[in-house]
Design a protein around this ligand. Structure first.
Ligand SMILES: O=C(CO)COP(=O)(O)O
Length: 253
Protein backbone atom coordinates (compact mmCIF):
# COMPACT_ATOMS: atom_id res chain seq x y z
CA UNK A 1 0.00 0.00 0.00
CA UNK A 2 1.61 3.24 -1.15
CA UNK A 3 1.85 6.27 1.10
CA UNK A 4 -0.73 8.99 0.44
CA UNK A 5 1.05 12.31 0.48
CA UNK A 6 0.13 15.95 0.05
CA UNK A 7 3.08 18.33 0.04
CA UNK A 8 2.96 22.11 0.03
CA UNK A 9 5.84 23.96 -1.61
CA UNK A 10 5.76 27.53 -0.35
CA UNK A 11 8.61 28.55 -2.68
CA UNK A 12 10.02 32.03 -1.78
CA UNK A 13 6.90 33.30 -0.02
CA UNK A 14 5.87 34.42 3.48
CA UNK A 15 7.72 36.38 6.15
CA UNK A 16 8.18 34.72 9.53
CA UNK A 17 4.89 35.81 11.14
CA UNK A 18 2.93 34.69 8.10
CA UNK A 19 4.75 31.35 7.97
CA UNK A 20 3.95 30.66 11.62
CA UNK A 21 0.32 31.73 11.22
CA UNK A 22 -0.16 29.49 8.18
CA UNK A 23 1.39 26.52 9.99
CA UNK A 24 -0.80 27.00 13.07
CA UNK A 25 -3.93 27.27 10.97
CA UNK A 26 -3.05 24.15 9.00
CA UNK A 27 -2.32 22.10 12.12
CA UNK A 28 -5.57 23.20 13.77
CA UNK A 29 -7.67 22.51 10.69
CA UNK A 30 -6.03 19.15 10.09
CA UNK A 31 -6.52 18.07 13.71
CA UNK A 32 -10.19 19.04 13.52
CA UNK A 33 -11.07 17.86 10.04
CA UNK A 34 -8.64 15.32 8.58
CA UNK A 35 -9.34 11.74 9.57
CA UNK A 36 -7.33 9.95 6.91
CA UNK A 37 -3.80 8.62 7.16
CA UNK A 38 -2.50 11.10 4.59
CA UNK A 39 1.01 12.43 5.21
CA UNK A 40 1.33 16.19 4.91
CA UNK A 41 4.75 17.57 4.03
CA UNK A 42 5.35 21.30 4.36
CA UNK A 43 8.20 22.79 2.32
CA UNK A 44 8.80 26.27 3.74
CA UNK A 45 11.86 28.38 3.01
CA UNK A 46 14.79 26.78 4.88
CA UNK A 47 15.21 29.75 7.20
CA UNK A 48 11.90 28.82 8.91
CA UNK A 49 12.36 25.06 9.21
CA UNK A 50 13.48 25.03 12.86
CA UNK A 51 10.71 27.38 13.97
CA UNK A 52 7.99 25.56 12.08
CA UNK A 53 9.13 22.21 13.40
CA UNK A 54 8.03 23.29 16.89
CA UNK A 55 4.52 23.96 15.62
CA UNK A 56 4.28 20.45 14.18
CA UNK A 57 4.81 18.64 17.47
CA UNK A 58 1.05 18.27 17.96
CA UNK A 59 0.54 17.05 14.38
CA UNK A 60 2.11 13.60 13.95
CA UNK A 61 1.07 13.25 10.30
CA UNK A 62 2.93 16.45 9.34
CA UNK A 63 6.58 16.46 8.26
CA UNK A 64 9.01 19.00 6.85
CA UNK A 65 10.93 19.23 3.60
CA UNK A 66 13.56 21.71 2.55
CA UNK A 67 13.15 23.11 -0.95
CA UNK A 68 16.73 22.33 -1.91
CA UNK A 69 20.07 21.16 -0.57
CA UNK A 70 23.64 21.30 -1.77
CA UNK A 71 25.13 18.52 -3.85
CA UNK A 72 28.30 18.92 -1.74
CA UNK A 73 28.89 17.31 1.65
CA UNK A 74 30.38 20.33 3.49
CA UNK A 75 33.00 23.03 3.12
CA UNK A 76 33.57 26.38 1.43
CA UNK A 77 30.24 26.78 -0.38
CA UNK A 78 28.94 30.10 0.87
CA UNK A 79 25.18 30.28 1.11
CA UNK A 80 24.59 26.57 0.68
CA UNK A 81 22.79 24.19 3.05
CA UNK A 82 23.87 20.56 3.30
CA UNK A 83 21.71 17.48 3.68
CA UNK A 84 23.54 16.74 6.92
CA UNK A 85 22.43 20.11 8.31
CA UNK A 86 18.84 19.30 7.37
CA UNK A 87 19.13 15.95 9.10
CA UNK A 88 20.60 17.62 12.20
CA UNK A 89 17.49 19.79 12.67
CA UNK A 90 15.09 16.91 12.10
CA UNK A 91 14.05 17.60 8.50
CA UNK A 92 12.96 14.34 6.88
CA UNK A 93 12.54 15.33 3.21
CA UNK A 94 14.10 17.57 0.60
CA UNK A 95 12.83 18.67 -2.81
CA UNK A 96 15.39 17.80 -5.46
CA UNK A 97 15.24 19.04 -9.03
CA UNK A 98 12.25 21.34 -8.95
CA UNK A 99 11.86 22.81 -12.45
CA UNK A 100 12.54 26.30 -11.07
CA UNK A 101 15.90 25.08 -9.77
CA UNK A 102 16.63 23.33 -13.06
CA UNK A 103 15.73 26.50 -15.00
CA UNK A 104 17.11 29.35 -12.88
CA UNK A 105 20.06 27.57 -11.25
CA UNK A 106 21.02 25.31 -14.15
CA UNK A 107 20.70 22.11 -12.17
CA UNK A 108 21.48 19.19 -14.46
CA UNK A 109 20.38 15.59 -14.08
CA UNK A 110 23.98 14.76 -13.04
CA UNK A 111 24.05 17.40 -10.28
CA UNK A 112 20.65 16.23 -9.12
CA UNK A 113 21.96 12.67 -8.86
CA UNK A 114 24.59 14.03 -6.45
CA UNK A 115 21.93 15.82 -4.41
CA UNK A 116 19.92 12.60 -4.22
CA UNK A 117 23.05 10.78 -3.03
CA UNK A 118 23.94 13.26 -0.29
CA UNK A 119 20.32 13.42 0.91
CA UNK A 120 20.08 9.62 1.15
CA UNK A 121 23.49 9.35 2.80
CA UNK A 122 22.14 11.59 5.57
CA UNK A 123 18.79 9.88 5.99
CA UNK A 124 16.83 12.65 4.25
CA UNK A 125 14.33 11.39 1.67
CA UNK A 126 14.45 13.14 -1.71
CA UNK A 127 11.22 14.28 -3.32
CA UNK A 128 12.52 14.09 -6.87
CA UNK A 129 10.78 16.49 -9.26
CA UNK A 130 10.57 15.87 -13.00
CA UNK A 131 8.50 17.14 -15.88
CA UNK A 132 8.48 18.42 -19.45
CA UNK A 133 8.01 21.89 -20.94
CA UNK A 134 5.10 22.81 -23.20
CA UNK A 135 7.41 22.78 -26.20
CA UNK A 136 8.58 19.28 -25.33
CA UNK A 137 5.01 18.07 -24.87
CA UNK A 138 4.01 19.43 -28.27
CA UNK A 139 7.09 18.54 -30.30
CA UNK A 140 9.00 15.72 -28.66
CA UNK A 141 8.72 12.35 -26.99
CA UNK A 142 7.69 13.98 -23.71
CA UNK A 143 7.30 10.71 -21.86
CA UNK A 144 10.78 9.66 -22.96
CA UNK A 145 12.15 13.02 -21.79
CA UNK A 146 10.77 12.59 -18.27
CA UNK A 147 11.81 8.93 -18.12
CA UNK A 148 15.32 10.08 -18.97
CA UNK A 149 15.34 12.57 -16.08
CA UNK A 150 14.60 9.64 -13.80
CA UNK A 151 17.15 7.37 -15.45
CA UNK A 152 19.95 9.92 -15.17
CA UNK A 153 19.26 11.04 -11.60
CA UNK A 154 17.89 7.92 -9.89
CA UNK A 155 18.76 4.70 -11.72
CA UNK A 156 22.17 4.37 -10.06
CA UNK A 157 20.42 3.80 -6.71
CA UNK A 158 20.02 0.46 -4.99
CA UNK A 159 16.49 -0.90 -4.51
CA UNK A 160 16.59 0.08 -0.85
CA UNK A 161 17.70 3.61 -1.67
CA UNK A 162 15.06 4.04 -4.36
CA UNK A 163 12.35 3.08 -1.89
CA UNK A 164 13.28 6.17 0.15
CA UNK A 165 12.58 8.44 -2.84
CA UNK A 166 9.25 10.09 -3.63
CA UNK A 167 8.74 11.16 -7.25
CA UNK A 168 6.82 14.32 -8.13
CA UNK A 169 5.73 14.74 -11.74
CA UNK A 170 5.30 18.44 -12.39
CA UNK A 171 4.75 19.40 -16.03
CA UNK A 172 6.37 22.82 -16.38
CA UNK A 173 3.46 24.11 -18.46
CA UNK A 174 1.11 23.47 -15.54
CA UNK A 175 3.19 25.16 -12.82
CA UNK A 176 1.75 28.48 -11.69
CA UNK A 177 -0.25 28.80 -14.89
CA UNK A 178 -3.68 27.73 -13.69
CA UNK A 179 -3.49 25.09 -16.42
CA UNK A 180 -3.73 21.78 -14.53
CA UNK A 181 -2.89 18.63 -16.43
CA UNK A 182 -6.06 16.61 -16.88
CA UNK A 183 -6.38 13.51 -14.75
CA UNK A 184 -5.88 11.48 -17.97
CA UNK A 185 -2.69 13.35 -18.92
CA UNK A 186 -1.26 12.97 -15.42
CA UNK A 187 -2.28 9.32 -15.13
CA UNK A 188 -0.67 8.54 -18.51
CA UNK A 189 2.66 9.94 -17.32
CA UNK A 190 2.47 8.41 -13.85
CA UNK A 191 1.72 4.95 -15.24
CA UNK A 192 4.57 5.32 -17.76
CA UNK A 193 7.01 6.34 -15.02
CA UNK A 194 5.93 3.45 -12.82
CA UNK A 195 6.42 1.08 -15.75
CA UNK A 196 9.85 2.63 -16.39
CA UNK A 197 10.83 1.98 -12.77
CA UNK A 198 9.51 -1.58 -13.07
CA UNK A 199 11.71 -2.17 -16.13
CA UNK A 200 14.79 -1.51 -14.00
CA UNK A 201 13.78 -2.50 -10.45
CA UNK A 202 10.88 -4.89 -10.97
CA UNK A 203 7.14 -4.53 -10.52
CA UNK A 204 7.11 -4.91 -6.73
CA UNK A 205 9.46 -1.95 -6.18
CA UNK A 206 7.61 0.15 -8.76
CA UNK A 207 4.33 -0.53 -6.98
CA UNK A 208 5.75 0.82 -3.72
CA UNK A 209 7.02 4.17 -4.99
CA UNK A 210 4.77 7.16 -4.36
CA UNK A 211 4.38 9.40 -7.41
CA UNK A 212 2.87 12.83 -6.74
CA UNK A 213 1.38 15.21 -9.27
CA UNK A 214 2.16 18.95 -9.17
CA UNK A 215 1.06 21.87 -11.31
CA UNK A 216 -1.86 24.21 -10.50
CA UNK A 217 -3.49 21.72 -8.13
CA UNK A 218 -6.47 23.35 -6.41
CA UNK A 219 -9.17 22.10 -4.06
CA UNK A 220 -11.41 21.93 -7.13
CA UNK A 221 -9.07 19.75 -9.22
CA UNK A 222 -7.52 17.63 -6.46
CA UNK A 223 -10.18 14.95 -5.98
CA UNK A 224 -10.26 13.89 -9.62
CA UNK A 225 -6.47 13.87 -9.94
CA UNK A 226 -6.03 11.93 -6.70
CA UNK A 227 -8.58 9.30 -7.70
CA UNK A 228 -6.36 8.17 -10.61
CA UNK A 229 -4.74 4.81 -9.84
CA UNK A 230 -1.11 5.89 -10.21
CA UNK A 231 -1.41 9.34 -8.60
CA UNK A 232 -0.53 9.06 -4.93
CA UNK A 233 -0.99 12.67 -3.94
CA UNK A 234 0.11 16.16 -4.84
CA UNK A 235 2.92 18.67 -4.68
CA UNK A 236 1.05 21.94 -4.37
CA UNK A 237 2.46 25.43 -4.90
CA UNK A 238 0.21 28.50 -4.84
CA UNK A 239 -2.77 26.75 -3.25
CA UNK A 240 -0.59 25.60 -0.32
CA UNK A 241 -0.19 29.21 0.81
CA UNK A 242 -3.86 29.39 1.87
CA UNK A 243 -4.81 27.30 4.88
CA UNK A 244 -8.45 26.67 3.90
CA UNK A 245 -7.60 25.71 0.33
CA UNK A 246 -4.68 23.49 1.28
CA UNK A 247 -6.71 21.73 3.98
CA UNK A 248 -9.40 21.00 1.40
CA UNK A 249 -6.73 19.52 -0.88
CA UNK A 250 -5.50 17.33 1.99
CA UNK A 251 -9.08 16.20 2.56
CA UNK A 252 -9.40 15.34 -1.14
CA UNK A 253 -6.54 12.89 -0.73
O1 LIG B 1 5.69 24.00 -8.52
C1 LIG B 1 4.75 23.56 -7.93
C2 LIG B 1 4.92 22.80 -6.67
O2 LIG B 1 6.26 22.46 -6.49
C3 LIG B 1 3.36 23.78 -8.39
O3 LIG B 1 3.07 25.13 -8.26
P1 LIG B 1 1.56 25.61 -8.48
O4 LIG B 1 0.68 24.71 -7.67
O5 LIG B 1 1.55 27.03 -7.98
O6 LIG B 1 1.29 25.50 -9.94
Amino acid sequence: MRKKIVAGNWKMNKVLDEAVALTSELVNMANDEVQSDVKVILCPPSIYLTTIKKYLESAPNFALAAQNCSDKVSGAYTGEISAQMLQSIGVEYVLVGHSERRQYFNESNAVLAEKVNTALANGVSPIFCCGESLDQRQNEDYIGFVKNQITESLFHLSEEQLLSVIIAYEPIWAIGTGLTASAEQAQEMHASLRQHIASKYGADIAEEISILYGGSVTAASAAELFSSPDIDGGLVGGASLKSREFTNIIKAR
